[in-house]
Design a protein around this ligand. Structure first.
Ligand SMILES: NC(=O)c1ccc[n+]([C@@H]2O[C@H](COP(=O)([O-])OP(=O)(O)OC[C@H]3O[C@@H](n4cnc5c(N)ncnc54)[C@H](O)[C@@H]3O)[C@@H](O)[C@H]2O)c1
Length: 289
């Protein structure tokens, strides 16, 4: 008689999981059956999130820009879970310092690069080394931003650091793929959570931003978490080196907001009318409705 072995518990570390998107990712992962290491530089925040999760979540206090601090956190997670390397890692911790480039403080610029880019490198490499040493496949997801896809005013090193993380993620996919490690990025857009929440307390700004998104609303931390979980999961087993933009379509819609002469729009209407006239049974143009 054959016996099915119990599925092995899968382990995951999420950085910056004491708040915002990271906390939502940790919650969604725990609900999907992952045992989660809730890593944050804020020990209390990490503990609060870990305590709210089932399946023996572990709070890990660490600064991702400090290699020794990250190694100690990984050692603790290995001890608590009795596995040498986690199956998954989400490099989510990040910071922003706003201000015009002309006035940007060099220390602020360095701090953002240090956490967002160097911190992602330190954490991802430390985990990848453990995965490879344990001959274990794995999945790494980095959290970039729509600001790394297109520049935003007054965000200093933030956008450049996120663009660099996107390329770093591709480099991980290239170099670590032969070891069975997938690496992908999630680029959130206008999300009403975490570091962006204060922006949306201003109702006028919120309404104007919502109207510029093709889906006409802000995204939620849970929607970012769902996309992250997909990339972590076996459903994405052949997806590596990609950046999944989770933004309701706003990043790609810049041309739509440019002013156009009326004649251009009417050319579009004529084209649609002609197309529907040649295809019986197709819905008509907006003029017909
Ligand atoms: N919220 C958004 O709208 C949005 C949009 C696009 C991208 N992002 C990205 O998503 C990620 C999470 O953003 P958020 O809005 O949840 O931010 P947040 O500020 O709410 O949470 C970030 C967490 O990271 C922790 N952290 C910061 N520096 C750290 C370090 N050196 N070591 C360990 N932990 C550290 C903080 O303590 C905090 O708990 C960031 O990388 C951010 O750039 C957010």
């Amino acid at each position: 008689m054959s016996q099915t072995a119990p599925a092995r518990e899968r382990t995951l570390i999420v950085t910056g999981a004491g708040n915002g998107l990271g906390a939502a990712i940790a919650r969604a992962a725990a609900a999907a059956g992952w045992r989660v290491g809730v890593l944050d530089q804020d020990a209390q925040a990490a503990q609060a999130v870990a305590s709210s999760l089932a399946l023996g979540a572990v709070a890990l206090q660490a600064d991702i820009s400090d290699e020794r601090s990250v190694q100690e956190a990984l050692d603790r997670f290995a001890q608590e879970t009795s596995v040498a390397a986690p199956d998954g890692l989400v490099c989510n911790a990040g910071i922003v310092r706003f201000g015009p480039l002309l006035d940007a403080d060099v220390a602020d610029f360095r701090a953002v690069v240090d956490v967002n880019l160097t911190g992602t490198f330190i954490t991802a490499r430390a985990v990848a080394r453990r995965m490879i040493a344990a001959r274990q496949a794995g999945s790494i997801v980095t959290v970039t931003s729509m600001n790394g896809v297109a520049p935003g005013p007054n965000s200093g090193a933030y956008g450049p650091s996120k663009a660099a993380v996107a390329l770093l993620t591709q480099q991980m996919a290239l170099e670590w793929g032969p070891h069975g490690i997938r690496a992908n990025a999630i680029a959130p857009g206008l999300i009403n959570a975490g570091m962006s929440e204060p922006i949306y307390a201003d109702h006028e700004i919120r309404a104007r931003r919502e109207s510029s998104v093709p889906l006409r609303r802000l995204g939620t931390a849970e929607e970012v978490a769902a996309a992250t979980l997909f990339l972590l999961s076996d459903d994405a087993s052949y997806v590596s080196g990609t950046e999944l933009v989770v933004d309701g379509g706003v990043t790609m819609s810049v041309i739509a907001s440019l002013p156009r002469p009326q004649s251009v729009d009417s050319v579009g209407d004529n084209f649609s009318a002609a197309a529907s006239a040649t295809e019986p049974g197709k819905p008509g143009t907006s003029r017909d409705r």
